[in-house]
Design a protein around this ligand. Structure first.
Ligand code: GLY
Length: 331
């Protein structure tokens, strides 16, 4: 019978490295036949969205391979992407809004359900680290705009011009026609979402973006919203989202993926179900790319997207590679 007590028993057992193959799916008692079929938990592990996840995972892996915390790993990992001026969808070099302002959104969550977020933050290169400060140094979860920037400056972050010449050039070109049209897999990436399971079996996640290119000034997407862009429950697993943030918010995407895993689904099936929900709740899915990735307590991963083209990077002791997510429709 599926009980919370059995699940916790299995989680505790997970920390010594062995679980039943079907434990999450069936939650069988430890004396059951199925428990004879044991396997090792794949930990530590880090996964992150899109190809820029490979470089980000490298930084996270250095921490995880040295038995560091998942929380430290995800922060260090996504900072790499935030600080890459050649990445036009996250941090420095991010494409601006319609009015030429680069505005950043980010959130972070640890194994105790502690979380911090910043939104509509300008001129700060590493919003994920500001989000962590919100989590650790305040009683709040989310800070936005001017207030978030003042907080960051007080915490020692420096003002940086995030609009690179390249992004400015692209914006000026865009202004010639000024169409507001979200693009599927714009330049084959948008947000970076990262999930990690550390040596101790604890989960954390981080999510950061400059948001939809040429958005309305003031628009905030799913990425800084706990439960939408990112959710972590250390008893079960973690999930994060990429793509059109409005669609992810409408279904509380990442929280849903985690709840589906809690109810026994594999990470991939949970992501697929959330994608199906996005599709069901939108009359027109043209150009509506959304993707989820998920990681459960046993180090199992999965991803799924509305359209083809979405992939994620995965790093364990055994591999360091990109994985193509399954999808609902060919792009
Ligand atoms: N998923 C990023 C955004 O919509 O802002």
């Amino acid at each position: 019978m599926k009980t919370r007590r059995n699940f916790i028993k299995l989680s505790a057992l997970g920390s010594v490295g062995l679980v039943a193959n079907s434990a999450l799916a069936n939650n069988n008692d430890l004396n059951d036949e199925s428990f004879k079929n044991q396997k090792k938990i794949a930990k530590p592990i880090v996964i992150s969205t899109w190809d820029h996840g490979m470089a980000a995972n490298e930084a996270a892996w250095k921490i995880l391979a040295n038995k560091g915390l998942a929380l430290d790993a995800v922060e260090a990992g996504v900072r790499v992407t935030e600080s890459d001026p050649n990445n036009s969808s996250v941090g420095l070099g991010g494409l601006p809004d319609r009015d030429g302002f680069v505005t950043l959104d980010a959130c972070i969550m640890d194994q105790h359900n502690n979380c911090g977020a910043v939104a509509f933050l300008q001129d700060i290169e590493n919003p994920i680290s500001v989000a962590r400060k919100v989590m650790e140094d305040t009683n709040h979860v989310m800070m936005v705009g001017e207030g978030a920037q003042q907080f960051a400056l007080k915490k020692g972050f420096k003002k940086v011009n995030l609009l690179t010449n390249e992004s400015k050039k692209n914006w000026e070109k865009w202004k010639e026609n000024s169409k507001y049209q979200p693009q599927i897999n714009s330049e084959n990436h948008d947000t970076i979402g990262m999930l990690a399971l550390d040596e101790k079996g604890n989960l954390s996640g981080a999510c950061t973006t400059s948001g939809m290119a040429y958005k309305l000034h003031g628009r905030v997407g799913d990425s800084p919203i706990i439960g939408a862009g990112l959710f972590v429950d250390n008893e079960v697993g973690a999930a994060c989202a990429t793509g059109v943030g409005e669609a992810v918010i409408r279904i509380s995407g990442s929280a849903i993926v985690v709840e589906l895993m809690r109810n026994g689904m594999s990470p991939e099936d949970a992501c697929k179900e959330a994608v199906k929900r996005v599709i069901k709740k939108h009359k027109n899915i043209e150009n509506l790319q959304v993707g989820f990735i998920a990681l459960n307590k046993y180090g199992e991963t999965g991803g799924y997207s509305v359209y083809s083209g979405f992939n994620y990077a995965s790093h364990t002791h055994d591999h360091n590679k990109m994985i193509d997510a399954k999808f609902y429709r060919e792009e």
